[in-house]
Design a binder for this molecule. Sequence first.
Ligand SMILES: NC(=O)C1=CN([C@@H]2O[C@H](COP(=O)(O)OP(=O)(O)OC[C@H]3O[C@@H](n4cnc5c(N)ncnc54)[C@H](OP(=O)(O)O)[C@@H]3O)[C@@H](O)[C@H]2O)C=CC1
Ligand SMILES: Nc1nc2c(ncn2[C@@H]2O[C@H](COP(=O)(O)O)[C@@H](O)[C@H]2O)c(=O)[nH]1
Length: 322
Amino acid sequence: METFDYEQVQLIPAKCVITSRSQADTSIEFGGREFKIPVVPANMQTVLNEALAEELARKGYFYIMHRFEPEKRMPFIKHMNAEGLFASISVGVKPEEYTFIDEIKASGERVDYITIDIAHGHSETVIDMIKYIKEQIPETFVIAGNVATPEAVRDLENAGADATKVGVGPGRVCITKIKTGFGTAGWQLQAIKLCAKAARKPIIADGGIRTNGDIAKSVRFGASMVMIGSLLAAHVESPGETVEEDGVTYKEYFGSASQFQKGIYKNVEGKKMLIESRGSLWHTMREMEEDLQSSISYAGGRDLGALRTVDYMIVPTIYNGD
Ligand SMILES: NC(=O)C1=CN([C@@H]2O[C@H](COP(=O)(O)OP(=O)(O)OC[C@H]3O[C@@H](n4cnc5c(N)ncnc54)[C@H](OP(=O)(O)O)[C@@H]3O)[C@@H](O)[C@H]2O)C=CC1
Ligand SMILES: Nc1nc2c(ncn2[C@@H]2O[C@H](COP(=O)(O)O)[C@@H](O)[C@H]2O)c(=O)[nH]1
């Protein structure tokens, strides 16, 4: 079987049918709502906080709030409901998370999206949680992950998941491959392709996005949404700690399974890194939209649909212009 990842794939231009890139429509319907671009910042503590989540919702972007400050989730849901904004949160699978689902139900508050966020999502614990959420809050759109195989996608869909999140170990601060020998690092785009073929519902490509062009490639191979950590961390608005070194400003970006997240070195599958601070998040989101508009024009279409059928070439080494 051909093996490839983002770096090895180039999409092949088709005849342009628009006269300006501004005519290209990058919007995506996901879970009954329309969003500006098929991009969602990773539900990680150094990428997103409540204030950013609210601003993303206000500006027409999808977001998934992380689950690492559990006590803040209920007040966040209430706040978003009071503001007339959609509520999108994450849960784990431990017993206290079942109590939290009960709490949401009892509160009568609306939660539009719940993401079950577990390293090894192809498991009975995730299947049980999907079923429980669907029983208790059936109107909620459930995203389940993370998984790596078509079989896992089908199992989670069959349990009731409305979307699945694909990617085990391709992230910038992931060390799952090194620590366990498992994952999609090095073939993440191919995993997206295989999972999307099996999926009957949307999939989110999660991890390994290193350039804006990788968003178009994810869509080409079947992703409805693309989850991005490192490229969307280290902005002025990012919650990661700011660090000054030799006159340069950096921001911390750490893995959700790192000792920095856990506060203890146990079952660690993530690390921390410093990323040079890169200005406003909204500038980066705007640039992603513009680059996606260009991608659509190169695909010879007017919207994201054009990307899904565009031809591609697998090139072992990318010519970098030197
Ligand atoms: N996308 C990716 O490649 C990865 C992402 N992550 C992220 O790190 C965060 C922490 O994830 P996670 O450790 O799952 O969350 P938790 O620490 O909340 O663990 C969830 C539950 O699953 C159990 N569990 C975790 N891993 C396994 C496994 N491999 N086999 C069996 N049971 C397991 C845990 O028990 P116990 O701890 O006792 O085993 C715990 O009961 C999440 O945000 C996740 O998305 C982490 C690794 C890979
Ligand atoms: N193996 C691990 N994966 C992790 C960890 N924390 C987060 N993640 C995953 O990475 C992506 C973001 O990837 P990026 O390439 O865009 O930076 C994120 O959405 C998670 O799925 C971790 O500690 N270990």
